[in-house]
Design a protein around this ligand. Sequence first.
Ligand code: ADP
Ligand code: MG
Length: 727
Amino acid sequence: MEKICVAVRVRPPICHENSSSTFWGVDDNQISLHKLHGSPISGVSYTFDHVFDENFSNSDIYELLTKDIIHAAVDGFNGTAFAYGQTSSGKTFTMNGSSNDPGIIHRAVNDIFQKINMISDREFLIRVSYMEIYNEEINDLFAVENQKLQIHENLERGIFVAGLREEIVNNAEQVMKLLESGEVNRHFGETNMNARSSRSHTIFRVVIESKGKDTGSFGDYSSSDAIRVSVLNLVDLAGSERIAKTGTGGVRLKEGKYINKSLMVLGNVINKLSDSAKRRAHIPYRDSKLTRILQPALGGNAKTSIICTVAPEEIHIEETKGTLLFASRAKRVTNCAQVNEVLTDAALLKRQKLEIEELRWKLQGSHAEVLEQEILKLRNDMLKYELEREKLEMELEKERRSHKERDQYIRDQLMMIENLSSLVSDGDGSSSQGSMKESPTEECHNRGDDFKTPCFKAAPKAFVAKRSNYSQLPDFSPLPDSFSDVADEDTWFKINKGYIADLDSLQTTPARKVQSFPPEDVTPNYLNKKYKKELQNLKRRLELVTEEKNELQRKLAEDIEVKDRLKGDISKLKQEALLAREVPQRLCGSVTSFKDTYEEVLSKMQRYTFDGKSSTAKLLRCISEIGSILFSTMETSISNTTDRHKLSSENDSLIQEYNKMLSEKLKSTITSLILSETASSEDKQTKTPCSCNFEVVAWSRYHVSILVLFFVMILGYFVPFFRTLIF
Ligand code: ADP
Ligand code: MG
């Protein structure tokens, strides 16, 4: 048993406050709060394995705190190094460092490879992974597509993150490159990186496997050799101020909702672990992802160190006190680290042995460097294949489990229905024959069983139940040991093709008991009546539902009929619309033929006038002009309607123009008619009595003018009529 190694590191002050009344003083491995120019304040003094003031570099911290753990990891011990503290206290600086002063991770990686290169009698296999826990979700920093990974546990591998990418590495440079790519992935799509890094934990994990080299030829091991497998976790935790629930500042209260669950659980776990062993009750490792992953590092098989970083500024005094309190508790936690040796296939070195040997044999005589590269490639390929297979297996298992649950549910339902119907039919039989021989409970009584399990027809042969851990509890059905037709577990296992129902996982057991195990004072008759009634109720409900269904079907048929009718109407209307669209074109044709006829008639009439200067000739010319204006108006109106795009104010003004011309023409015609009429009557009086010819001309003049006026009126009436008809 050994205690967790706890150190405190005070970072250099960022701003030098003038109004400081207190300061943190470091004396050897003690840190105390001092009054300005005064002695330490009593009660605020803490002692740890190491206390590093601002003058210590990452190199010093690595040498004094972490180096031993790293070396132990190479020797087969699990190791973990945490950085804990409030945001901006120097956690990341300690773990990652700067270019001048590399942090623990970089130094550890270099050290591992330096050390293994010095060990000539062992062969090593190093693989690394990098993950982030953010909002209780595990994300792979080596593969952005691996998000929300799940934690699993099995006998061979212990606790592991399923699907997490692992890379086999040969040297420190490869690891550095991978870490850089991990950092890039972490920044990917992140707008506020500072907020994220202060709320997320990162775990850089190195798995070191090693095997003693045989004294014989290179790479030739005896198969019984044990392989050492150790896991090294280097953890940069989220800012610890998030766990503070209380506080005077409004900011902290507001941030209450951001309390980091993992960090809070880590505090609880450390508290519980620091209690004396007697009082140690349940340790809540499973309450958070972080504590679950790091379970072996906390109170388990690991050498662990915690570096608690603190900020020296007076404004951070409460946070610093909180960190120091956490560190004090952690100091009391003990672990029991031992070398992990495995003989099983849990070690990758063992699983890959055959393939690697085969490759070595194939590449015999190759340059050592080429051989190493080929081996590394093969190893990584095989590892990727394994991880992929593991992921798929997990998914398959999940699918199987849900299938199993569904099957179980269906089987339960079927059994319930069967029980119900058998009880009802039994009840019918008993009432008609007056016999209760078939009654299950009766049968059980006859057999002398002291519990009242109804012996369902399907139940004994339907499945076999694993002996429940809770079978002694009265809430669960005890296994009927004395039943003669219940085979032993092996037989059932074979009969049911390997399926064994786990009674502990049957959630419905107590509920079924209510239905299947009647209280002692309940008689079978009462039960039968009850089930009959239930069945009747069910039948009634079924009838109602069927009625409702029929009603709905009828409505549907009606709706379909109406729809068909509407469809017919719509197609008729469409045809009519098509015809209506042709109307203006036909009208246009008619107007053109009218126009032609009109012009022909007028030209013939004009031929009968004696000379072009007579009043009749003038009149006819006027009529011809009026007619052409009218026809043009009509044509424009109709063409407007045939092509709606042409409907514009321009065309409307054209029509108005025609109307204006028309009225002016009419006026001038009437005036000239009156004038010529007056002149002809004067002529009549002064000249000799009229000849027949004159009378004809006068007659025709009157009548032509009346006809023209009439014609104009008709056309004037029709133009607006056409327009309204078409629109
Ligand atoms: P955290 O990870 O705890 O939020 P950081 O490691 O990012 O804090 O440190 C905050 C700032 O303080 C950084 O700019 C870092 O370079 C600086 N810093 C922290 N510790 C030290 C130290 N020991 N020496 C020099 N600078 C430090
Ligand atoms: Mg940080």
